[in-house]
Design a protein around this ligand. Structure first.
Ligand SMILES: [Zn+2]
Ligand SMILES: [Zn+2]
Length: 655
């Protein structure tokens, strides 16, 4: 509301308190009036939810929040402003450079630049970083300037920058702004921090190739990644965490521990091959999940890896998601059969067809079909890295067909299952992100209004009753239903989005699914897609980094290595191994000619939870000298006692 006849306005602070200021007051002035500490820390301001520069005059009463480093939007503004500073440094060192876009990212920022004939490698980053520090010290402000479209076009024509010209073409006259700091001008809608002096600790991290607008047919650009902090201890903590993350990188550990391998040239990029130890790990995890699911009333199903195009036309997966799929297989003819087949991008349509195979009464519901289903997506090769993004992966998938009243109980059970498994794997920090529809824009969603309201409420209550911390995201729901996503924090404090539980009103409609209710009427079931860990590939990638390759003893692909102290005791070592295998433990014997010390070091490198050293005394007494990974102590116990110890560790994790 404009305060028409008044020269004052009312500012409402995040705590709900209000203050009166003159019209035209700036965020900086408001921060100063609240306190000197806040004024020093202030980076930007939100005015009625929109982030803007501290120096912009506020002309109407508004709700505001002063943003500091502690706010995500504060960090974003800081990092984006650092991208401008890096651009200025690049411009000083590489006069022919042309700039494209330079956004903030989850951690830091990047700028995509065209260096013309010049090149820039990781070795050059230090020089750019020094220049940034030098430029930051001038402590000049980021000045916002509104420009006309003609003026903007003229500026970049003069610079010979086709990228910015292309960006400006898409903008409307009247909404174009430039930001200037020192010698550098950039097309940018902002906002920015007050001045370069805040950027005390910039760090440039890496250089990569990137295509203009992400399109491989466009010119290749150079992407420079960096991060920056206002305090040295923040930079130090970041670098230490980065070092640990590198050490724990699942691609590195996957190689060292012989879990999986890729061969982009011969086999294809993004197509992991699970080696025996990795496959054992994966199957162990999948078996545990299958056991849990059986206890909870899931029924296993198996579906083929391809399906007719007609199936995916009905489901809507084709052609709507064509770009993320491998191209269909055609057999040349015109008839129905020749129409073609698709490599399975999703398991859902097959499960839907299995539901349709039978008549269902309300008494049968919920029907829960579970399958570790392998699906294929044609991810861009530039995006493939390790297990977190692959072209073929196995989802811990299940589809639940239920009545609207059953949605809440089903969500609660999936949450319970997820928490149990995450707990067993020592993940203790997680939140649930609930995606709701945009109430202003209900037209774009399928399904009945009342059903949506009921399902959204059911999800909220389910999360609350399971004591989950939740974040609600309005407008983030898929067009076909609300959902809950699991966000997990790993041992290094990084957040990963794992699996999802999603309500779907669309597929039951498209496939005309029904059940018969108590009055003998046909009704539409609600469908729930759930893959609480997402894909096994991604989940194991996250798990490897979380535990640094030190898997819990009940999950490790090799749980114990039996180490005979000499060839005379190889037979006893084999005998011990047989006893342990009979007790369902995964055990190996190191019968090589190497010394005991060497064998122990090998087992330590392989991060095997237990080494069982056996010699004459052990053979006579039927014992083993147990040595835990990373612990020099040995404890002599009977083989049976070791079996009991392993069982107890497993039970402790799963109770
Ligand atoms: Zn900017
Ligand atoms: Zn599904």
């Amino acid at each position: 509301m404009p305060d028409a006849a008044s020269d004052t306005l009312t500012i409402t602070l995040p705590d709900g308190s209000t203050r009166t200021y003159s019209v035209g007051v700036t965020g900086r002035e408001i921060a100063e009036s609240i306190g000197a500490g806040l004024a020093r820390a202030a980076l930007a301001i939100t005015v009625n939810g929109t982030v803007q520069d501290l120096e912009r005059p506020i002309t109407e009463s508004a709700e505001i929040a002063i943003l500091t480093w502690d706010d995500d939007e504060g960090k974003e503004t800081f990092w984006h402003s650092s991208a401008h500073l890096m651009a200025e440094a690049l411009q000083a060192l590489y006069p022919d450079v042309q700039f494209t876009i330079g956004p903030p990212i989850e951690r830091g920022f990047y700028y995509d630049v065209d260096l013309g004939d010049g090149t820039l490698s990781a070795d050059d980053l230090e020089a750019v970083e020094s220049k940034m520090k030098e430029l930051a010290k001038r402590d000049v402000s980021y000045e916002r300037r509104e420009v006309s479209k003609d003026e903007a076009l003229a500026y970049y024509k003069d610079q010979g920058n086709p990228y910015k010209l292309e960006l400006i073409e898409d903008l409307d006259d009247g909404e174009i702004t430039f930001y200037e700091q020192g010698q550098f001008t950039d097309l940018c809608r902002g906002p920015h921090i007050p001045s370069t002096g805040r950027i005390k600790y910039p760090k440039l991290l890496s250089v990569a190739g990137a295509y203009w607008r992400g399109d491989e047919s466009n010119p290749q650009l150079t992407r420079i990644y960096g991060i920056s902090f206002p305090k040295k201890k923040m930079l130090d903590a970041f670098l230490e965490q980065r070092r640990l993350a590198k050490e724990r990188d699942h691609r590195k550990l996957g190689k060292e521990l012989n879990l999986f391998t890729f061969n982009a040239d011969v086999v294809g990029p993004g197509l992991p091959m699970w080696l025996p130890k990795g496959a054992t790990l994966r199957e162990t995890l999948a078996d545990l999940l299958k056991d849990e699911q059986l206890k909870r009333g899931y029924e296993p199903v198996v579906s083929p890896h391809i399906g007719r195009l007609a199936l995916y036309r009905t489901s809507g997966h084709y052609p709507y998601y064509k770009d993320s799929q491998f191209p269909p297989m055609h057999f040349g003819g015109e008839g129905d059969e020749e129409d073609g087949y698709l490599l399975k991008p999703m398991n859902c349509p097959h499960h839907v067809m299995m539901y349709k195979h039978d008549m269902h009464s309300y008494r049968d519901l919920p029907v829960r079909f579970a399958e570790f289903g392998t699906v294929y997506r044609n991810e861009q090769s530039g995006e493939l890295g390790g297990l977190t993004r692959v072209r073929g992966f196995t989802q811990d998938d299940a589809h639940i067909f239920c009545t609207p009243e059953q949605v809440k109980a089903e969500f609660k059970d999936v949450i319970d299952l997820t928490l149990k498994v995450l707990g067993a794997l020592d993940f203790t920090e997680f939140t649930a992100q609930i995606s709701l529809r945009d109430p202003q824009n209900t037209d774009k969603y399928v399904g009945d209004d009342a059903l949506w309201t009921q399902a959204e409420q059911a999800i909220r209550e389910a999360a609350e009753e399971m004591n989950l911390d939740t974040v609600e995201k309005t407008g983030e729901a898929a067009f076909y239903g609300p959902k809950l996503d699991f966000m997990v924090e790993d041992a290094l404090g990084r957040e990963w989005q794992l699996g999802t539980i999603q309500v779907d009103y669309n597929l039951p409609e498209r496939f005309d699914l029904t059940y018969v209710d108590a009055e003998d009427e046909r009704q539409r079931p609600v469908m729930i897609h759930r893959a609480p860990f997402g894909s096994l590939e991604r989940f194991i990638g996250v798990l490897i980094e979380h535990c640094g390759g030190n898997f819990p003893s009940w999950l490790a692909p090799v749980q114990a290595m039996v180490i005979p102290v000499g060839a005379d005791f190889n037979a006893y070592a084999e005998d011990v191994a047989t006893q342990l295998r009979d007790a369902d433990l995964r055990v190996k014997v190191d019968a090589s000619d190497d010394t005991v010390g060497y064998k122990i070091r090998e087992a330590e490198t392989q991060k095997i939870p237990y080494m069982l050293v056996v010699g004459g005394r052990e053979e006579e007494a039927g014992t083993v000298a147990v040595r835990a990974h990373g612990d020099g102590q040995q404890e002599v116990i009977s083989v049976d006692a070791f079996i009991e110890k392993m069982q107890a560790e497993r039970e402790a994790a799963w109770s």
